[in-house]
Design a protein around this ligand. Structure first.
Ligand SMILES: NC(=O)c1ccc[n+]([C@@H]2O[C@H](COP(=O)([O-])OP(=O)(O)OC[C@H]3O[C@@H](n4cnc5c(N)ncnc54)[C@H](OP(=O)(O)O)[C@@H]3O)[C@@H](O)[C@H]2O)c1
Length: 238
């Protein structure tokens, strides 16, 4: 089985490449930082592509060449995760381009081959921010788009054998907050929450569970939170 993983140079993406390689999947790992991809290639044997998910022409060419059975749309940015105020137009557009537009474009490019072969799996990394109210108007809007994209696509693909899974994690220990654009001091405070977060490997495990389900089983939406996190309002501690 062949899988493409976008955003493979850190966090959930890197953990997923390692987990897939350990299960003997042929993997094409995609991200912008070539030095990290080279290390990952040495470690796992994965093929790599140094590229930006917004470069749809180059990525479409690679999708046609590699012909993946599985596309894992993981690349994403947390711009505006600490609030919308002060976010400039370029950063706002970048969040939409990376989190939504590229995900839809890569999926559109991968689908014809999957439909033709009568099987395939699109795995989209959403977020609890796309399902619930959190303090993240812009980021939540991009992930809400991922949610309805996944829901509607699943419906569109009935009868084709192609499955669509959306994984919605809560807080994961990764470089997410360091990479996000926004108020650096606030981002650092949010990132260092002090709770026992999920590890990227926990999310990779969930992805492998969905992929490994029998072909007639579609794991649709998986919400995964740290035990110390819950969606809700204010709670007074004991
Ligand atoms: N961390 C959390 O708490 C959390 C919670 C829920 C959902 N998520 C979602 O999980 C996914 C992975 O995030 P993470 O936590 O693993 O964060 P991360 O450690 O910051 O990893 C993000 C990855 O995306 C890649 N990327 C970003 N922009 C890209 C672009 N334009 N083209 C290609 N690759 C790009 C980065 O690689 P390069 O910079 O090398 O390109 C990096 O490998 C994201 O979709 C995020 O929204 C994260």
């Amino acid at each position: 089985m062949k899988a493409i993983v976008t955003g493979a140079t850190s966090g959930i993406g890197a953990a997923t490449v390692r987990a897939l390689a350990a299960e003997r999947f042929a993997v094409l790992a995609v991200a912008r930082r070539g030095d990290r991809l080279a290390d990952l290639q040495n470690e796992t044997g994965a093929q790599t592509l140094v590229g930006d998910v917004r470069d749809i022409a180059a990525l479409t060419h690679e999708i046609e060449r590699f012909a993946p059975d599985i596309l894992i749309n993981n690349a994403g940015v947390g711009h505006g995760i600490d609030g919308l105020a002060g976010i400039g137009p370029e950063v706002l557009q970048e969040a939409i381009d990376i989190n939504v537009t590229s995900l839809a474009q890569l999926t559109a490019a991968a689908l014809p081959g999957m439909i033709e072969s009568g099987r395939g799996h699109i795995v989209n990394i959403g977020s609890i921010a796309g399902l619930h109210t959190l303090v993240s108007a812009l980021y939540g809007a991009t992930k809400a788009a991922v949610h309805m994209f996944s829901q509607n696509l699943r419906f569109e693909l009935i009868g084709t054998g192609v499955r669509v899974t959306e994984i919605c994690p809560g807080r994961v220990a990764s470089e997410f907050y360091q990479a996000a654009e926004g108020d650096r001091e606030r981002l650092d405070r949010i990132g260092a929450s002090g709770i026992r977060t999920l590890d990227p490997e926990d999310v990779a495990d969930a992805i492998l569970y969905a992929i490994g389900a029998p072909p007639h089983v579609n794991v649709t939406t998986l919400e995964i939170l740290p035990t110390d996190q819950a969606v809700g309002g204010v709670r007074v501690a004991n």
